[in-house]
Design a protein around this ligand. Sequence first.
Ligand SMILES: *Cc1c(COP(=O)(O)O)cnc(C)c1O
Length: 461
Amino acid sequence: MTMQYHSTRGTAPALDFEGAMLAGLARDGGLYVPAEIPVMPPADIAALAGRPYEEVALRVMQPFTGLSEARLGDLIGRAYAGFGHDVRAPLVQIAPSHFLLELFHGPTLAFKDFAMQLIGQLFQDVMRRRGERITIVGATSGDTGSAAIEAFRGLDNVECFILFPQGRVSEVQRRQMTTPVEPNVHALAVEGDFDDCQAAVKAMFNDHAFRDRVGLTAVNSINWARVLAQVVYYFSAAVALGAPGRSVGFTVPTGNFGDIFAGYVARSMGLPIDRLVIATNRNDILHRTFQTGTHRKEGVQPTISPSMDIQVSSNFERALYMAYDRDGRAVAQLMEELRAEGGFAISQGAMEALRDIYTSGRASEEETGATIRDTYARTGQTICPHTAVGVKVASEITADSPMVTLATAHPAKFPDAVEAATGHRPALPPRMADLFERPERLTDVPNDLGRLKSLIDERIA
Ligand SMILES: *Cc1c(COP(=O)(O)O)cnc(C)c1O
């Protein structure tokens, strides 16, 4: 039987992999998780050592998908062919027992490419088989939108519209969205801020006639297929460092909790991960949760690691569901408290279950800048501000096993913060050096739902 997926709020129908991927969010507002996590025997984990990334991806993901080996292998091959490094996710040593896992060799220079490139291939494959078309609409403050446009450019059966706040994304991020020439991707510069963009997307999803007419779909970070694609690099890194014979810790610069939850899935599959460390910037709702047992919203403060500037962390719901022994009713109640009262207390039992798996730490703006500077001085490695938050938090942990910090973006994506810390401006990789010369293509749109919807209708007609 193929794997089933259950909603974290317990009442939406169970779906298979394809259904969970196309649905994104469950109909009861919950997130899909596998009904059971398959365990990989130690001998099978050992056999991954020295294998190409694509093969590790196939072995790790196939049991979750119900897709044939041939089909999934083909899609994986296409997804990672455009990466700028043969190893896809190489390890770099920065201290005797501390490694960086470089996840920024994809086309938009952030780890989101690992999931988004694969999801592009998966969506195209499903839609071709069904003979249907879909329309992806998303709002972005930077990284997700550029990763989505890169992933969907030129694919059949998929139109992709990304709304971003005019004048409020970095130049690299904007150019990554506006320079692809394929007619099925559309960068829309909205006269408003990120919240306006997100509100417009939500309103489109709530307009059921529009939603059905254009085949609206989302690819935000709660999509299970995105989490699954991220499980793979925990395996490739751990086996390179001696798993299953030796255990490994991971520190993950965290925002929406998608990336670190993938680490939890890898651990549940039998990968010997002894610590999963949540690293937050000063938007530290998760760190406070682990300190106090209470999960409470505060406002968002801008930082030099903007992809982690979050008020609530959407994928944390998946961790809660596991900690509450898959009790969807309990999770639904917590989420209702979050909505109505801005926070909730976690039961003692669930908090113990969470602390068995995760620890947390936080880095201030000053510490983040100092870590970029020190890492450069000690090792010659230039790291991005998100990675620096991880390196700082990881450096405060002592353990016998090696620690791997996820390097989530290329430093050239955040040149101002890096230059302020080190005095030098990081260069784009050579394959992208002409980004600033390529012609841009974007549409300015007022912050007006009617205009946005008619524009999408016209473009897909
Ligand atoms: C998205 C992002 C993060 C946060 O990842 P989550 O899965 O949301 O926790 C961290 N760093 C960078 C560079 C990102 O783009």
